[in-house]
Design a protein around this ligand. Structure first.
Ligand code: NAI
Length: 251
């Protein structure tokens, strides 16, 4: 139509899955999508245990223990969604890990695990849903990239490459998913205050905080609200985009 609609619960009746939902950015994404009316399937590694159950309870959703990098994870997710809900409308590929080392000390195990979780899994989950016809028309795929995938970061060749790869995924999937009436976009957060960034050295942390227009570390809700925009049917003509949140790149 030509007139804006007013949305109360824009995701009412929709089913969303958020990976890495036990804590951090993923837990807040689950909250925001639930606020907007979606039923949220909160997925995380089995070891996340109680934290995952807590998120699911808090948002009135369900929990799904799922290692996104395990073989068959996409099929498992698709079957779960088809059995319980008849399909999925929104998938947020948020699960991610860092295994930082300066290049001279970087090793294969660090590369393999980071690529498996951050890059291969977002592709494998969407493919698993497509293969089983579980991704519904009008839906949205939202990937969590990083400013490190745009601007790079010292000590993060593996992580930066994985997050740059996610941008390639978005570009490559956009026309394929458009044929199915599904959008795909990514957020590229700068420095967000979570357990992941609490682990990085102080000087890098301080520099990261200052790259945002806010001149301080971002909060998980800053990322989650951007994800909510991509999930909202009001953005159904917006696909193939990468949006920076809380950071333009190290200056
Ligand atoms: P976090 O470490 O606090 O939470 C990540 C969650 O993902 C954890 O609950 C973890 O158990 C889960 N996870 C890890 N491997 C998994 C697997 N194989 N299967 C299922 N779940 C798995 O991290 P944070 O900060 O909340 O990050 C979330 C996403 O945002 C990640 O993709 C990260 O790379 C990205 N990101 C974070 C930034 C930050 O400043 N915190 C900046 C840019 C991107």
């Amino acid at each position: 139509g030509t007139s804006p609609q007013s949305w109360d619960k824009p995701l009412e009746g929709k089913v969303a899955v958020v990976t890495g939902a036990a804590r951090g950015i993923g837990a807040t994404i689950a909250e925001v999508l639930s606020r907007d009316g979606a039923h949220v399937i909160c997925a995380d590694i089995p070891a996340a245990g109680e934290a995952l159950a807590d998120t699911a309870n808090k948002v009135g959703g369900t929990s799904l223990p799922l290692d996104v990098s395990a073989p068959g994870a996409g099929a498992k997710l698709a079957e779960h969604a088809l059995e319980r809900h008849g399909g999925i409308d929104i998938i947020v590929n948020n699960a991610g890990i860092t295994r930082d080392k300066l290049l001279a000390n970087m090793d294969d195990a660090r590369w393999d695990s980071v690529i498996a979780v951050n890059l291969i899994a977002p592709e494998a989950l969407v493919n698993g849903l497509l293969e089983k016809g579980a991704l519904r028309e009008g839906g949205a795929v939202i990937d969590v990239s990083s400013i490190a995938g745009i601007a790079g970061n010292r000590g993060q060749t593996n992580y930066g490459a994985s997050k740059a790869g996610v941008i390639g995924l978005v570009d490559s999937y956009a026309p394929i998913l458009a044929e199915k009436g599904v959008t795909i976009n990514a957020v590229a957060p700068g420095f967000i205050e979570t357990k992941m960034t609490a682990a990085i050295p102080l000087a890098t942390r301080e520099a990261g905080r200052l790259m945002s227009s806010l001149q301080q570390g971002g909060q998980t809700v800053d990322v989650a609200e951007t994800v909510a925009y991509f999930a909202n049917p009001a953005s159904n003509a917006v696909t193939g985009n990468i949006v920076r949140v809380c950071g333009q790149g190290f200056l």
